[in-house]
Design a binder for this molecule. Structure first.
Ligand code: XUL
Ligand code: CO
Length: 438
């Protein structure tokens, strides 16, 4: 049965088209730097926002109707969401999806029944996957919505809650592996604290690491060869979240010996909440060989919370794709962890949100490739550090063959160095604008 009867398959029509249900920039088979756009940009649908979220906010209830003709909270409804999701992805040419365990089924009061439902729905999803060729990017366990996780999951003060979280992780890994997921993700839902007055930070962090270690051991034992991901976020829902940003998460992974199995899933809106640019957290991940995947969205700079908007900012997307191209691509994908605005509640809005995101990243890819091919930015950076390669003292510093005493004598002899050379920020920004708008 077709759900979106008024919506055709979305095609590339180019920039001259006024058809809102078409791509203006995303041309899946167009070759950019030797690779098809769709290979550079493995897009993914986020099950939770697209098929579950109906516009509820703190001040008002649902605006969108996502019952899809079925009674909500039933397995019939869960299956309808599968049908709708696959039709949606096929119409947009999206080849991946991401899910939490409780996005794909209604959670039961008894974990045994929840798990039975997960088995049933994953059989159904698997069938759809083999019919369509659509694949799973990553799966995860929702360990933040249920009230039992009010004090966290791995970081909970209750051993029983910790055990329950472990059981949920085990099952979510099972389902992710069953669906051939590329990765298994931990977003630290409520892993953080509200006040240090009631919190043993070291105890909680040790326990989160224990849970992750068990997840790796179990995953590898059942033949899972993909990556585990941490998705950093600085705050919300907790006042302070332990996986604050890329640098913090990398430090944590190294401290607990998890860095060989884990990479990072960087979400734009989380990076900006941490006071960084999206590009910053991508760069920090990439230089540590830990850039795994991307949650492609954007925040509102005027608001201090996670607004999960569809990405429309071409400048940011360009800088993202610049980092991705420089890193040689990503093994994960571009998951639209984004939701329609509350007042965009129609089926067309669902499609237009994804078209916006896909076109923004396609344009970002085109422009980033032009920045790299242009070469002026890279040349400038190379020249900026060239004194280390040209001078004797620079070479000695880089090869660790000098000492404070020798540098002291060198500096005394020099009296005062020349200024280090203009950083040319305005010049470089002009170059970027010139490439963006030519
Ligand atoms: C929450 C968030 C999550 C994760 C998956 O801010 O980004 O949706 O991506 O749990
Ligand atoms: Co996310």
């Amino acid at each position: 049965m077709e759900y979106f009867t008024n919506i055709p398959k979305i095609k590339y029509e180019g920039t001259k088209s006024n058809n809102p249900l078409s791509f203006k920039y995303y041309d899946a088979d167009r070759i950019i730097m030797g690779k098809k756009m769709k290979e550079h940009l493995p897009f993914s649908m986020a099950w939770w926002h697209n098929l579950c979220a109906c516009g509820t906010d703190m001040f008002g209830r649902n605006t969108a109707n996502k019952s899809f003709g079925k009674t909500e909270g039933t397995m019939e409804h869960a299956k309808a969401k599968v049908d709708v999701g696959f039709e949606f992805m096929q119409k947009l040419g999206i080849e991946y999806f991401c899910f939490h365990d409780v996005d794909i089924i209604p959670e039961a009061d008894d974990i045994k029944e929840t798990n039975r439902r997960l088995d049933e729905i994953s059989d159904y999803i698997l069938k759809k996957m083999s019919e369509t060729g659509i694949k799973c990017l990553w799966g995860t366990a929702n360990m933040f919505s249920n009230p039992r996780y009010c004090n966290g999951a791995g970081s909970s003060n209750s051993a029983d809650v910790f055990a329950f979280a472990a059981a949920q992780v085990k099952k979510a890994i099972d389902i992710t592996v069953k669906l051939g997921g590329k990765a298994y993700l931990f977003w630290g839902g409520r892993e953080g604290y509200e006040t240090l007055l009631n919190t043993d930070v070291k105890f909680e962090q040790d326990n989160i690491a224990r849970l992750m270690k068990m997840a790796v051991t179990y995953g590898r034992s059942i033949g899972f060869t993909g990556d585990f991901y941490i998705e950093p976020k600085p705050k919300e829902p907790m006042k302070h979240q332990y996986d604050y940003d890329a640098a913090t998460a990398i430090g944590f992974l190294r401290q607990y010996g998890l860095d060989k199995d884990f990479k990072l899933n960087i979400e734009a809106n989380h990076a900006t909440l941490a006071g960084h640019t999206f590009q910053h957290d991508l760069r920090i991940s990439a230089i540590n060989n830990m850039l795994g995947s991307i949650d492609a969205n954007q925040g509102d700079y005027l608001l201090g919370w996670d607004t999960d908007e569809f990405p429309s900012d071409v400048y940011t997307a360009t800088m993202c794709m610049y980092e991705v191209l420089k890193a040689g691509g990503i093994s994960g994908g571009f998951n639209f962890d984004a939701k329609n605005r509350r007042s965009s509640y129609t089926a067309e809005d669902m499609f237009e949100g994804y078209i916006l995101g896909m076109d923004t990243f396609a344009l970002g890819l085109i422009k980033a490739s032009q920045i790299i091919e242009d070469g002026r930015i890279d040349d400038f950076i190379a020249k900026r550090y060239s004194s280390y390669h040209k001078s004797q003292i620079g070479k000695k510093i880089l090869s660790n063959q000098t000492s404070l005493e020798e540098l002291f004598a060198y500096a005394e002899n020099l009296c005062a160095p020349e200024l280090p050379g203009s950083g040319k920020q305005e010049n470089l920004e002009n170059i970027v604008n010139n490439i963006l708008f030519k």
